[in-house]
Design a protein around this ligand. Sequence first.
Ligand code: KG4
Ligand code: ZN
Length: 348
Amino acid sequence: MRKFFSKIVKVHQSETYILAIESSCDETAAAILHNGNILANVVAGQSVHEKFGGVVPELASRAHQQNIVPVVDVALKEAKIAKEQLTAVAFTRGPGLLGSLLVGVTFAKSLALSLNIPLIEVNHMDAHVLAHFIDAPKPNFPFLCLTVSGGHTQILQVNSPLSMELLGQTQDDAAGEAFDKAAKILGLPYPGGPLIDKYAKEGNPLRFKFPEGKVGALDFSFSGFKTSVLYFVRDNVAANPNFIDENLADICASIQYAIVSVLIKKLSLAASQTGIKEIAIAGGVSANSGLRTALEKAGKQNGWNTYIPKFEYCTDNAAMIAMAGHFKYLEKQFVGQDTMPFSRLGQH
Ligand code: KG4
Ligand code: ZN
């Protein structure tokens, strides 16, 4: 079926305009890539989740439905092209929230069908890694990538754009989740990761100590960390009701230090085990200033070449989906109309 489909659709060889759609969680995004260069990168966030302290799947799905057509229209306008000029449609197939993914997948399938152009499915986590190929400097293969987002924490060995080996991953919560849950315990709104980053700038990272999860060498565990923050706050607030307000900067700096330290420690171990010195970070948490600084410092100490994405390519966006789609387009890795979203990592 897949092979057959790739033969009958219109495949342009010279000029390529790839439209990419991202709708895995709470950002509706569209991007246009022309011959490997980003022409438009549009992201619509969803503030509707703030008052619930986390993403509400049904509300996310509805917001995607409202946003997807305008977001794609703006992307086409910014790129100054008509939809008839598109040569392929790439979309996030998963992992993510099923109801959110369905909106993007259905839109992408319909558009590709109506324009009779190839359809390219993209793994969201691979796309975070491939965001490094949007702009220079680009990592050399093989490189290691610590991919840290709200749903995942992984160390990957990237051998080529389409070949990645999983070296380690979280056994429970993701690093972004650890930031967000710690922030929630402190009474900060969702998503709390960027706020912890902000308050941490004024604080002492060594004032409070939080334990490191005990798991396999290159794996991670943040569920014990979250519980320790919960008990720490509960006990201190019982003794002093103003404890959080009076110590917010030091608490945030110490939380950030604990998370970043374990991320860098495991990444260093992966580097020494593999002998690879090309080291990248990706995903929403790679926007964290503590992690960015710690990676640069570890890079200088260990003689690594380090790669840190621009802020706009750290958190969810469609430019990274377009870049991943570009690599698949070059290999003619297309899919048919029978493709369906998958919600969890490892499901295909
Ligand atoms: O990659 P992403 O946008 O979405 C997923 O694929 O999950 O990552 C979102 C996560 C959230 O947990 C958010 O709190 C975290 O990235 N994040 C940060 C920062 N910016 C985003 N965490 C810490 N510091 C930041 N500056
Ligand atoms: Zn993501």
